[in-house]
Write a protein that binds this ligand. Structure first.
Ligand SMILES: CC(C)CC(=O)Nc1cccc(-c2cccc(CN)c2)c1
Length: 232
């Protein structure tokens, strides 16, 4: 997160850190007791290795009550996701067991009504992604408040030039922005997860490249279907 600030500890008890060999790679969030939603592009370069999912954390390194690393039983990328564009950039992770829910570990509801969030709506992004252009990584969860911008502005020739589909949304990226390692985290508007951070142009803090999110509502049926089929 660029231009943000340290989150109030455990005020976002749905936040997940997707880790490989103890290293934070991407964000994610708890959508059900045994399921975390993240971004498919986070699996780039992992050679099919499964993530471990850290829940209940504020600091990535310090011991904290209710902080726990979960193994992943299955990772399901949306069938339409690919490395060439940001389309269908969603990843579902089934935890080895149901997460123990408590004050520090909670499920975050996601938007099921497929209607655009109004431009200028203030939403929040959080994550353990880089906090400087030089790529400094924070130990504690960061957050930033960003206004939604219209798809029309985001698709302008000087911005993302007609690549933003109706299954994506954008926020202003002037100075304050999501960045590397924030992918997979939720964009929360009025207490509901409306989007999932995607890397987009992999540029941070430049107003010419607004932050892009995969809207969740258009994928509610896919998400429900995967969770129902794996329920056994
Ligand atoms: C395997 C993945 C972690 C590789 C990756 O995502 N790299 C990467 C590099 C630079 C910026 C970003 C990035 C992320 C989220 C939002 C934005 C832009 N707001 C940029 C992402």
């Amino acid at each position: 997160i660029l231009g943000g600030y340290e989150a109030r500890p455990h005020l976002r008890p749905y936040m997940a850190s997707l880790q490989l060999d103890g290293q934070h790679v991407c964000g994610g969030f708890l959508i059900a007791e045994q399921w975390v939603l993240s971004a498919a592009h986070c699996t780039e370069g992992t050679n099919g290795k499964l993530f471990q999912v850290l829940l209940g954390a504020h600091s990535l390194t310090e011991p904290e009550p209710h902080k726990r690393l979960y193994r992943v039983r299955a990772q399901i990328a949306h069938p339409g996701s690919n490395i060439h564009n940001n389309r269908d950039d969603l990843l579902l992770l089934q935890l080895e067991e149901k997460a123990e829910l408590n004050a520090h570990v909670k499920v975050l509801p996601f938007q099921r009504e497929d209607r655009d969030v109004e431009a200028d709506t203030l939403c929040e992004a959080a994550g353990w992604g880089t906090v400087t252009h030089s790529g400094r990584r924070p130990d504690k969860l960061q957050q930033v408040e960003r206004p939604v911008i219209s798809r029309e502005l985001c698709n302008h020739r000087t911005r993302h030039d007609q690549t933003i589909t109706e299954k994506m949304m954008c926020t202003d990226s002037r100075k304050k922005d999501t960045c590397k390692g924030d992918s997979g985290g939720p964009l929360v508007c009025n207490g509901v997860a409306e989007g999932v951070v995607t890397a987009g142009s992999r540029v941070c803090g430049n107003y010419k490249k607004p932050a892009i999110y995969t809207r969740i509502a258009p994928y509610a049926t896919w998400i429900d279907g995967v969770m129902a089929s794996a329920a056994g």
